[in-house]
Design a binder for this molecule. Structure first.
Ligand code: PMP
Length: 372
């Protein structure tokens, strides 16, 4: 079976699994216990992982707190910043094409009395800088715009948004879950990004682990926010709970590999995307329509309409040979809000499936389409 649902999750690399195993077995210590070797080794492994993830993101290790993944990080930033700064303002700006972990958190915040602007997006799911400029007010405390869209792959103009937010003195959070390991960037060059979310399982690390990037100023002081989880004070008090050492080690190893092979992996993904596009065009011609943009996107995501074909039936039919999804795995039972935000009618949404590649796939693997 050819797995083409890598935007939902990626397979764990064998070398990542090998790196994790000792921390599930003999090195099982709780890093908070501090004084004996099993605890010290766990702490060392965590700090090494933190450095590896920081190298991949281009930030300082102390700017990262480990979490259970992007859902938690998105909740942590949105709830934490709005709670901490509620006396400064009560307005948040986001977009209609965000992940449910942003949109549902915003709905929750609206119930608490915050005002949320949901920016419209263009036909590929991108926000416009002018719309953002017009939405900013003295009351705005946070802007949260995703870097790469999980269904269409489109990249938002993050550099410009970050610069605008910095100039306007507003905190900017970006959900970078789909871009880490797939585009080349460095947080050091983007001082307007105050917070960033990412999840290890999207770049061949384990599920249930991610980081929150929280920018520190020149004096080493992090942007303050109210913690989501209170307790033992781990991660500098910002995220309590015993650290999942094995998972964090896995994320560190996956980050090291993603960083070392970044250019190579990007080239491979672009090449595979082009090949899959050609195969689909040759095989289905006018029976398909690509909803995704061809440029300025996360490499390896294709969002394709099969005219007149019900996507759930198609996905089920393909399942023994090719694993794909009808859109985001997180909300596949409902018609995609992302495709609806770009103006696609319900009928076309119900004809659409997402193919998402990984650098582990070979050109030969894609030949399976020819035999369909
Ligand atoms: N944001 C985006 C853009 C995503 O694609 C996902 C995963 N589908 C998440 C957030 C949530 O990540 P996780 O399930 O790892 O918490």
């Amino acid at each position: 079976m050819l797995y083409l649902d890598n935007s939902a999750t990626t397979p764990l690399l064998p070398v990542v699994r090998e790196a994790m195993l000792p921390y599930l077995l003999e090195e099982f210590g709780n890093p908070s216990s501090k004084y004996y070797s099993k605890a010290i080794n766990a702490t060392k492994a965590i700090e090494q992982a933190r450095k590896n993830v920081a190298n991949l993101l281009g930030c300082k290790p102390e700017e990262l707190s480990f979490t259970s993944g992007s859902t938690e990080t998105n909740n942590m930033v949105l709830k934490g910043v709005t709670d901490y700064y509620q006396t400064k303002g009560n307005h948040i700006i986001t977009s209609k094409a965000e992940h449910p972990s942003i949109l549902d958190t915003c709905k929750y915040l609206e119930d608490l009395g915050f005002q949320v602007t949901y920016l419209n997006v263009d036909k590929y799911g991108r926000v416009s800088l002018d719309n953002l400029k017009n939405a900013l007010s003295d009351n705005t405390i946070l802007v949260s715009i995703m870097w790469g869209n999980n269904e269409l792959g489109s990249l938002n103009p993050i550099e410009e948004i970050a610069a605008l937010c910095k100039e306007s003195n507003v905190f900017f959070h970006t959900d970078a879950t789909q871009v880490v390991g797939k585009i080349d960037f460095s947080l050091e060059d983007l001082p307007g990004i105050s917070f960033l979310s990412c999840s290890a399982h999207k770049f061949h690390g384990p599920k249930g682990t991610g980081v929150t990037f929280i920018r520190r100023d020149e004096y080493g002081v992090p942007v303050p926010l109210t913690p989501l989880l209170h307790g033992g004070g781990q991660e500098g008090g910002i995220r309590s709970g015993t650290l999942a050492v094995h998972n964090i080690v896995g994320m560190g190893k996956a980050a090291e590999l993603a960083n070392n092979y970044l250019e190579e992996n990007i080239l491979k993904l672009k090449m595979l995307e082009e090949q899959l596009t050609n195969i689909l065009n040759a095989k289905f011609g006018r029976k398909i329509v690509f909803n995704n943009d061809k440029i300025n996107k996360v490499p390896g995501i294709l969002n394709v309409q099969f005219r007149g074909v019900n996507n759930e039936i198609l996905v089920k039919k393909l399942a023994p040979v090719i694993a794909v999804s009808t859109g985001s795995a997180c909300s596949s039972s409902k018609p995609s809000h992302v495709l609806s935000s770009i103006g696609l009618p319900l009928e076309e949404i119900r004809n659409t499936i997402r193919f998402s590649l990984s650098h582990l796939i070979t050109e030969e693997d894609l030949m399976v389409f020819k035999s369909l």
